[in-house]
Design a protein around this ligand. Structure first.
Ligand code: AMP
Ligand code: MG
Length: 408
């Protein structure tokens, strides 16, 4: 049985991220939200494109106003008005100024903007009553970004801030990584879809729905094979098909040691190399991971809903993120929180306790989910967003003590 960190290291070593040349597609700017940039972006535009004003006020020659004060204002004649969006027509000569607005192009001859709050205007003249600093309130051309440099690197998620930058740079089409394809199947004769009337012994295949949602939330494509009965041949056929059409295959159930647990045997018969058969964690001990040619990865998650969720968060989620082309931030996030309740374990295996991470008075607190902390219980998974981790050998963490928390 592997330790959790050993299993994690094995999984990471098996991952072959998407190829920045081969595994890409072109999307429109708005279709790029949430996608991962496959190629760096460079712009031919400077930012700002021109020297422009950061204030509503007057464009001046510093020389003309540098010594002014309320007793001795500089009086300048207004030769032009420059709203945002217009090209100035005149060059300032000594003693001249242009009325200017935020975002408007600074006219030739001007080197400083005086904000209107320190001016008094009468007709076509303005008195400046406070000396500005040289260059004040001018947003210099190319001071934010110089054309030809890298604007955005490859491997980042495109969110609203990046969309703004890309729009400003007039990038209408973008090269992003294709979505990671994740096949999902559930094993078990007891399982039915959500719409069926339950017969005695039957339960809804809740893992299928949960796993599809988890995969989609990560920006990957979920390919569902639904419920596969506990029949070796059918299961083998389905797994074979699933591996062909996906980068990652996730099954749930059938990886325990029961009579009907065929997954390991099938994986080996299909040429998969089993790297993980069980992990010293609770829940999640029967986790199975196998590698197939072309770097395809198979995860056999335990069937119990809590086990499936915990093992997905801990081992599948970072893998999907890493495969997707994400350069940084694909690793799991752990933080230290204060336990709001006493947390217990039998101390035998690394134990994951589901609950809610909250920010309270600037400090993280972990609140255990109410009800039974058993892997068969799915009801109290609702509204959880984190897992407290009790290392092997730790039987208890008292209320108020620090606990390591996995952020889901
Ligand atoms: P197994 O790993 O197949 O032995 O399943 C362990 C437990 O999880 C059993 O109680 C199953 O009924 C339950 N289970 C298995 N698969 C699912 C699923 N897809 N959705 C909900 N519960 C499941
Ligand atoms: Mg089963």
């Amino acid at each position: 049985m592997l330790q959790v960190n050993e299993a994690e290291a094995i999984i990471y070593s098996l991952l072959q991220p998407l190829d920045s040349q081969l595994d890409t597609e072109t999307v429109d700017l708005l279709g790029a939200a949430g996608r991962i940039l496959a190629k760096p972006i460079t712009s031919h535009l400077d930012f700002p494109h021109w020297d422009n004003s950061a204030m509503d006020g007057y464009a001046v020659r510093y020389e003309d106003v540098k010594n002014c004060n309320p007793e001795n204002p500089a009086v300048l004649s207004i030769i032009e008005e420059i709203p945002a969006g217009y090209q100035p027509e005149r060059t300032l000569a000594p003693g001249e100024t242009a009325r200017i607005f935020t975002g408007a192009v600074v006219p030739a001859g001007a080197d400083t903007i005086v904000m209107q709050e320190v001016t008094q205007c009468e007709e076509n003249r303005v008195s400046i009553i406070k000396a500005p600093k040289l260059g004040e309130f001018i947003r210099k051309k190319a001071s934010y970004y110089q054309a030809g440099n890298e604007l955005l690197p490859a491997g980042i998620v495109i969110n609203a801030p990046e969309i703004a930058v890309l729009a400003a740079a007039q990038c209408q089409k973008l090269c992003v990584y294709r979505k990671v394809k994740v096949a999902i199947l559930s094993t078990g004769d007891e399982l039915v879809t959500v719409d069926k009337t339950l017969q005695p012994g039957q339960i809804v295949d809740s893992n299928n729905y949960a796993l599809i949602a988890l995969v989609q939330q990560l920006g990957a494509e979920a390919i569902s094979y639904g419920i596969v009965p506990d029949k070796e041949e059918v299961l083998k056929e389905t797994i074979e098909k699933a591996i062909k059409g996906a980068d990652i295959v996730i099954s749930s159930g059938g990886v325990s040691v029961g009579e009907y647990d065929y997954v390991e045997k099938i994986l080996e018969s299909l040429g998969g190399k089993l790297h993980i058969r069980s992990v010293a964690m609770k829940p999640g001990k029967p986790l199975t991971v196998a590698a197939f040619p072309n770097s395809k990865l198979y995860y056999g998650l335990p069937g119990n809903p809590a086990s499936a969720l915990v093992t997905f968060w801990r081992f599948v989620q970072p893998a999907i993120k890493k495969l997707s082309g994400l350069k940084d931030g694909w690793q799991p996030a752990f933080i230290k929180a204060k336990a709001s309740n006493e947390l217990r374990s039998d101390g035998k295996r690394e134990t994951y306790i589901w609950g809610k991470l909250k920010l309270k008075d600037g400090e993280y607190e972990f609140e255990i989910a109410g009800g039974n902390q058993v892997s068969g219980n799915l009801i109290n998974l609702a509204q959880t967003n984190a897992l407290a981790i009790l290392p092997e050998g730790t039987k208890q963490i008292s209320q108020g003590q620090a606990v390591k928390v996995f952020v889901a």
